[in-house]
Design a protein around this ligand. Structure first.
Ligand SMILES: Nc1nc2c(c(=O)[nH]1)N[C@H]1C(S)=C(S)[C@@H](COP(=O)(O)O)O[C@H]1N2
Ligand SMILES: [Mo]
Length: 529
């Protein structure tokens, strides 16, 4: 055994790896907490850039595999990879003093650049990454310093000393001074780990807390009568006719929910217009408001999927603002920009169509928009999927052409325009039922084609049988339906088909969600005992 090997026994590798991990966790936690007040969290910054840079196919896979938990999985992956690199930094520091510090600097540089180049990045967004790096470096050098002392025999004056191999300085490792710095190193590592995790958790709680800022939605100029109650009261398991806001699906690319200051909020309306305009929130809230019962759905919603909800929105007709600025001939789309940099293209004719009733919404279900759903102002465009008409945290509307400014999803392979496909979904029964009368029920929607005229059910490929429709909430609102089935023992296939208000049944052709929304019939298998 060489002197060097004796000075640094093989068994101290885990301690260095733990040191690197602990220092990294402490840095990440502190950075995440600091980002509550200033800049962007290093983990979220890297995650956000990853969301923007990964190919659409991988994103599709992640949504398919993890659903709306895809963000949590992404954040966990980024954190895990960072902590593993941190372990590597500890080992690098063991191999050569300063090398691990270098690894941490590289990590921090990646995070800092990611934070500073985000679409909504301000000048101080890199700060938490720098603070995280400083803390991690201080901890790493302190802990590895202790480990070095622990690995050194008493009397050994340090690396490079020419202590003879046969020196008296070869005591049992647990004796003498060597154990004290080792224990101190373990203590500092443990404290860094616990402190980092706690800081991260506190940061998470603080950024989650709902904003203290709110608005008072003004009354609608022409209020809608309340919706009658739906069928869900008598059919357990049927989707409620009005989606509770807490159950409303959330789809966006934001890793932390954007926090928009209502005092600073401005809506800029510009581009190819006669009179560009900037409105404050107070000015917007002073404009005449209308109510609309709307179903909102995501182009990524698979057949039978959950990314759909219905509520009553309150807002300013988008056309009112567009008429004020004067859209010039040749404009094809309104490119909307959100506070977090998302861009969405909406066909200008859809927004100028007063009957369709696109809104700059400020409230849903009688209350201000929750932060997750676009507080303070979002777009909603009946008949169009969310990714081409429902920009949350809206800050800008720019009149332009499709070639002039391709939107976020367009450059990622999704259709530049997409009407909501006519669909029906089966909510009940479950996959196992007892023989006898069974209620088949669900919802159907066809916002782009004057609502739902009929829903039909087919058992085991048999003739289409008409379902009974629930109350009518208008062309842009989904419709509940129910069908009484005399279920007989055995395995059965139940299929549903919607027919739109113009009399066209939904297509049975199976299409994937990308590029313009899934098509095909929703079919379920039921075992009847
Ligand atoms: N700023 C911003 N707005 C956005 C998105 C986004 O990623 N960022 N996603 C869109 C998509 S794909 C959909 S389906 C709807 C979803 O709105 P919700 O989360 O309120 O249900 O928001 C749209 N608006
Ligand atoms: Mo979407």
């Amino acid at each position: 055994m060489s002197a060097a090997a004796r000075r640094r026994p093989r068994t101290d590798r885990p301690a260095y790896a733990v040191a690197g991990m602990a220092a990294t966790v402490a840095g990440l936690g502190a950075g995440h907490l600091l980002a509550t007040w200033i800049g962007t969290s290093p983990v979220l910054a890297v995650g956000a850039r990853a969301v923007d840079l990964v190919p659409a196919g991988l994103k599709e896979w992640a949504v398919a595999a993890f659903g709306t938990a895809d963000k949590a999985v992404l954040i966990a992956t980024v954190a895990l990879v960072t902590v593993l690199v941190g372990a590597g930094a500890g080992l690098a520091e063991r191999a050569r003093e300063g090398l691990g510090v270098g690894v941490i600097c590289v990590l921090a540089a990646v995070a800092g650049v990611a934070a500073a180049t985000g679409p909504a990045a301000g000048q101080l967004d890199f700060v938490p990454s720098v603070v995280a790096a400083i803390l991690a470096i201080v901890l790493l050098t302190r802990i590895t310093g202790l480990l070095r002392r622990a690995g050194r025999a008493p009397g050994d004056s340090g690396p490079g000393s020419l202590a003879p191999v046969e020196a008296p300085a070869d005591p049992p490792r647990h004796a003498g001074g060597t154990d004290v710095p080792r224990r101190q190193a373990m203590g500092v590592s443990a404290a860094a780990l616990v402190g980092g995790l706690a800081a991260g958790a506190v940061g998470r709680q603080l950024t989650r807390a709902t904003s203290s800022q709110t608005i008072t939605p003004p009354p609608a100029a022409t209020p809608l009568p309340p919706l009658p109650s739906g069928l869900e009261g008598s059919i357990p398991g049927l989707t409620p006719w009005r989606t509770p806001v807490s159950d409303f699906y959330r789809i966006d690319t934001a890793l932390s929910v954007p926090r928009v200051d209502i005092g600073d909020w401005r809506l800029v309306v510009d581009g190819d217009v006669d009179r560009p305009l900037t409105v404050t929130l107070a000015e917007l809230l002073d404009m005449p408001m209308v109510e609309a019962d709307l179903t909102l759905n995501c182009v990524s919603n698979p057949i039978g999927g959950p990314y759909i909800g219905s509520t009553r929105f309150l807002g300013v007709p988008t056309v009112d603002l567009l008429e004020r600025v004067g859209i010039r001939p040749g404009v094809e789309q309104i490119l909307s920009t959100s506070h977090d940099g998302m861009t969405i293209s909406t066909p200008v004719e859809a927004l100028l169509d007063r009957e369709r009733g696109a809104l700059l919404a400020v409230a849903m279900n009688g209350a201000p928009l929750p932060r997750a759903h676009g507080f303070p102002v979002r777009m909603v465009t009946p008949g169009l999927y969310g990714y081409v008409g429902a920009t949350k945290w809206l800050t800008r509307l720019t009149a332009t052409t499709y070639a002039g400014a391709p939107a976020y999803w367009t450059v990622r392979g999704w259709a530049a325009k997409a009407d909501v496909q006519t669909q029906a979904r089966i909510d009940v029964p479950a996959s196992r039922v007892d023989a006898g009368p069974v209620v088949v029920a669900g919802v159907a929607w066809s916002q782009a084609h004057r609502g739902i005229r009929a829903v039909d059910v087919s058992i085991d490929g048999g003739d289409w049988q008409p379902a009974t429709l629930g109350p009518d909430g208008g062309a842009h609102y989904w419709r509940q339906w129910t069908y009484p089935w005399a279920a007989t023992r055995g395995d059965h296939e139940v299929a549903v088909r919607a027919t739109d208000g113009e009399g066209t049944p939904q297509t049975e052709v199976v299409a994937d969600v990308i590029p313009s929304g899934a098509t095909g019939l929703h079919t379920i298998s039921v075992t009847v005992r």
